[in-house]
Design a protein around this ligand. Sequence first.
Ligand code: RIB
Length: 295
Amino acid sequence: MVGSINMDLIMGTPRLPVLGETILGGPFSTAPGGKGANQSAACARLGAAAVHIGRIGDDGFGRQLLEVLKAEGIDTEGVLKTPGTSSGVAQICVAGGDNSIIVAPGANALLSAGDVRQSEHLFREARAALFQLEVPLEAVAEGLRLAKAREVLTILNPAPWRELPEEILSLVDVFVPNAIELSQCAKTANRETAFERLLGSGVGAVVMTAGSDGAYFASDHLSGHVAAPVVEVVDSTGAGDTFTGALAVALGEGRQLAEAVRFGVCAGALACTRLGALPAIPRRPEVDDLYERSR
Ligand code: RIB
């Protein structure tokens, strides 16, 4: 809902170069992405009425990205054009299904608390509000406050990781890190201790994504693990975003946490079977089908 919009510059490579080395890679493609846009698109493809609040640059990428969001059926009233600034881009290297990403935030870095406040009305009808950390913390904090004030379920995917003020954690209903982000946030590599620390800091529930191992979750009164279905991995880029969007949709539909995590795991697994982030997000019938078969 509130988050980044990037153009992904995707390059296949047999391996990642070491510092100072040049290697031959390819193929190369561009595709829409950005953790925020991916998560909004996942919500839309899985049947929710999605709105997005963010910033694009005043360039060709920005125009293309806006068209893509509209074509996905996302309400783009809260997407602002930023004069004199380039759109966010992500350089993604895909090697053997895994990836490494460098993001140049561009216009995403200019999303302000005021921009989010200006779109306050978009929170009114929402069932869930999604946030990540590719836009300034002040915009994330303002969105969390607005959502909380309207009793909208708040979900934070703390990626890419950066230190979070206590206030932000206390406003999060569902915290969705991967294993690295979890240990960075909780300052321990022990998953259970990390879950306890986060729940103690005011987060309502923690859901840790674990790639081919599925996801682990905990709240005050329950904890568990959902295994991932076995799929042929082409590119895992954006699988976490698809997971988070699917989790939001399922929770918004009233599913219990464990079932919502399972829905997310199925959606995330399907996203790994195709190249790219946003283009690889599955549609509802596919996810429902895998979800039923995984019961
Ligand atoms: O999570 C994947 C996303 O991270 C990519 O789409 C890229 O834009 C970066 O934001």
